[in-house]
Write a protein that binds this ligand. Structure first.
Ligand code: ADP
Ligand code: MG
Length: 347
């Protein structure tokens, strides 16, 4: 763990804005025919002809959303792209383009931005995304990154949050809670490092957790899987703030209730062992952790045979009438009302 490696290197003031933008972006190649014009004019130009256009944006601020004392800039670039693509996939759409806007202080040399863009480029290549523009400006202190993702979908394929119906099944992809625990591990190592700068980080037992925190993936594969299985969810969203708050969003917008079964929540073995070590309840971590970027969706019971054998998908509950409320059914078969405790940026 190193405290801010970004101090030395080529000062940004030496380069000039136009050369900087060119330097950071000239390695990105346009891949999609829907991108008519990318970087280099006053606007990018897109052509989605008869498709619907999906647009989503996220703002990440140093000290609020990330801590550069343990987040490598390359990972940060990758994650910033993932966070946005995840929102496009959660509409059952296909992401095609991004814009990237940054504000940087003179504390960051050119080499730091090269790292950030290296991560952005890896993400664009892995997920087949065109970088089509952005903005570059200075900040007094920290780093700000705002990414907008643009995607497409057929009108009939788009899945909103408000379509869940009583008796639908509630399904989640992958496993939950690991990204939050990864953050706890990194925070702990930061404290150790601050007390003793010679201490070596102990991360071997937590590789999956740290990877889920620093370098998450977004579930493009699930959009394809659902198409292949001929399943269209009735409602869908991605898990950024935590399972409990996302379930509440779907239930509120769909005007339904839900029973979530504690013993069905998928957990990685490393989540279970680390919860024991940290004396935390794994269900609480899965419900309130956040940043998993898995997909949460509801399907008609008729579609259950199509998904039941898939190891990526776990049925964790079912939708009920609104008057039943939103509940966790515990391992002891107790019914507990779910309240939002997810991560809240305004707290
Ligand atoms: P304008 O003066 O119209 O805002 P800029 O000089 O800021 O234009 O940008 C020139 C071109 O470079 C535009 O196509 C813009 O979208 C793109 N661009 C600017 N900053 C970035 C960035 N950080 N990442 C990617 N593209 C960028
Ligand atoms: Mg500009």
């Amino acid at each position: 763990m190193t405290e801010n490696k970004n101090q030395s290197g080529t000062p940004l003031s030496k380069i000039g804005e136009f050369k900087l933008i060119d330097h950071l972006t000239n390695q990105f190649k346009i891949k999609h025919k829907s991108t008519i014009k990318g970087i280099g004019d006053d606007c990018a130009v897109l052509d989605y002809s008869n498709k619907q256009t999906l647009i989503t944006t996220d703002l990440l601020i140093e000290g609020i959303h990330f801590d550069l004392s343990y987040v490598p800039l390359k990972h940060l670039g990758y994650k910033a792209v993932m966070v946005n693509l995840s929102d496009v996939y959660s509409m059952n759409g296909d992401a095609k383009q991004i814009t990237v806007s940054i504000a940087v202080s003179n504390r960051f040399p050119l080499e730091a931005l090269e790292e950030l863009y290296a991560g952005i480029k890896i993400a664009c290549n892995a997920y087949n995304i065109d970088l089509i523009g952005g903005d570059t400006t200075s900040s007094t202190k920290g780093l700000l990154i705002s990414i907008t993702a643009i995607g497409e979908a057929d009108d009939k394929d788009i899945v909103y949050r408000d379509g869940a119906k009583p008796n639908d099944l509630l399904v989640v992809t992958g496993d939950l809670g690991a990204a939050y625990l990864g953050l706890q591990v990194l925070e702990r190592e930061k404290q150790v490092f601050q007390a003793d700068p010679n201490a070596q980080p102990e991360l071997e037992n937590y590789t999956y957790l740290v990877q889920r925190q620093l370098r998450p993936e977004s579930r493009k594969d699930i959009v394809k899987l659902l198409k292949d299985l001929k399943v269209k969810p009735t409602a869908m969203m991605d898990i950024s703030d935590g399972l409990s708050s996302e379930i509440l969003h779907i239930c509120k917008q769909s005007k339904v209730g839900c029973n979530l079964f504690e013993d069905k929540i998928p957990l990685d073995p490393q989540v279970i062992s680390t919860c024991e070590e940290f004396n935390m309840d794994s269900t609480t971590v899965a419900l309130n952790g956040g940043e998993d970027y898995e997909l949460l969706f509801t399907i008609s019971q008729d579609d259950f045979p199509k998904i039941k054998a898939n190891p990526n998908l776990t049925v964790i509950g079912h939708i009920t009438d609104k008057k039943e409320g939103v509940n966790l059914i515990t391992r002891a078969n107790q019914k507990i009302e779910i309240i939002a405790q997810g991560w809240n940026a305004l707290k």
